[in-house]
Design a protein around this ligand. Sequence first.
Ligand code: PLP
Length: 396
Amino acid sequence: MKLADRVSQINEPQTIAMSKKARALQAAGHDVINLSLGEPDFHTPEHIKEAAKAAINENFTYYTPVAGIPDLKAAISNKFKTENHLDYTPEQIVVSTGAKHAIMNAFMAIINPGDEVIIPTPYWVSYSEMVKLLGGIPVFIKGTIENQFKITAEQLEKAISTKTKAFIFSSPCNPTGSVYHENELAALASIFEKHPGIFIISDEIYEYIYFEDKPKSIGSFNDLINRTITINGMSKGFAMTGWRIGYLGAPTAVAIACEKIQSQYTSATSGISQKAALAALNHDKNASIEMVAAFKKRRSIVKEGLEKIPGLICNQPEGAFYFFPDISAYFGKQYNGKTIENSTDICNYILEEHHVSLVPGTAFGDENCIRISYASSEEKLIKACQRLEAAFSSLN
Ligand code: PLP
């Protein structure tokens, strides 16, 4: 039996691999604190659940139009206009099975084999694997902790070649929590102005989870809307990961292409989930605001904990719910006669010996760091920080 070559060209996300290991230890009776998760630990707000129940009771259980129900597309178009200064008409919106699906649709619509896609590192795990699945070539630009992992206009300009087809980034960023400020986006936009053939994919799935200035959309700069594909969805800001609703706004030709691809691939996402998403978008955002206030408090708890660990360089996340500290000062140190060579070794050591599950930076294209999710209760975070302090101080 021989599988297709593409299977061996991509990796399983290490985020999922670490969660599997943590669950196995838990099943064996260990008290594991799981900080490797990429989803809010809050329940979906009641009014959203009620809308889904009503949809079921009203037998809204059939196929819907492939790109989404008209009311939801209109609500998304309105959200883009009023909240992000992005003028996408309802015909330019495609609703999909999560933001992940929306990103894959966008890539499938624009990438030919051999096309280059520029991806700043650290990046969200799936970008490079999706590009590779389509025969594209990921081109990485290294973001450094000194610049909060954000790339500069000069770096972007250097990475552009005649083969560059697209640029993709997330702000707020998973895994770093960094948010590009207005002047930084303006600088990137001025480079894109010189290269009109490049698509920009702006992944704004963490848009609502920010602690300083409200994140801006790069598509609102200059005339970039004409080639910006803006990705968003319900998963993170509304605690709706399992409902699988993501969406994109795109230039008309791209949106039509995404709908065509989706029509042969998955058809529309669940109508019940679409009704729930509609209720979420049409309601006040108080539940999201409360969730963000909780994340902000947790950010302080973890920051205080991490600052107690000598040698660890901590970044300053302004959004999402992750820290991405540099732990490379501990490479070469030992425990039980074993040497820590890299971020995977350190995450395995911390999980196996101190029962905190984290994700190695290598999963996100940065070997010197680890990702710590603070989508967990304050009590667990305090305990996890104590365990981390003990773990790092036990290395010598
Ligand atoms: N983009 C980023 C940056 C993410 O972190 C995630 C989920 O972790 C997604 C997209 C996918 O979101 P969804 O659950 O809506 O598919």
